[in-house]
Ligand binder design. Sequence first.
Ligand SMILES: [Zn+2]
Length: 232
Amino acid sequence: MLIGHYGPAVFDTQRGHAQPIVKLWEAFLAVQAMDLVAGVLVMLSIEGGGVVVDGKPIFHIPWSHSLLGSLVISAAAGLTYKAMRKKDGWREFWIIFGLAFSHWLLDLVVHRPDLPIYPGGELLLGFALWDLPWIAFALEASLLAWAFWFWQSVTVAKNAKYDWGLWALYAFMLAIHFTFVVSEGLAVQAGTYDPNAAPPDIVLGAMFLVVIGVFAGLIALIERGRKSKFAD
Ligand SMILES: [Zn+2]
């Protein structure tokens, strides 16, 4: 899953408070904590793609995407956030932990079976919705649309730029998602998927990091121009 991960990111933004506990751009990074780890491990060739089962690509992601790994990464993300924000309470920790862990649950729906319980575990989980590329695309696009609509409804834009900018970002994220995720699913479905066409590990891993960074950076720009509806 790519853009669908950002659905839960709006969870804390404005649940009626004048100041979000966690900023939306920070939540954008939290929901992708697992893929940030995966990006680094792919660059180091510790994890990666290129595994083909029955003509379908699966990932080799035992560390970043095992259930155990995801719990460790989510806890580490929560602790890092708490330390950086110098917060005493555990509320921030649990919000970040929950956002980061939502990644595993959503990946479980779309991934072809490649999510182990623990690194090296033989049982691989994944309900493989990516085998139905258009339905998976509709699900992910809807999750993101819902999140943006919700956030728009609980924030007020400084000017119109921050309204249409949000939906321009939506269109951009949809286009990126189509290019990297849906097109591959369609090729697998058509039987024309070529595993040798995948970029080398270092490029693939870097692409993960760049895409996640760009999405977070762009939402941060828009966030500067939208304040809570509940602020006075
Ligand atoms: Zn993932």
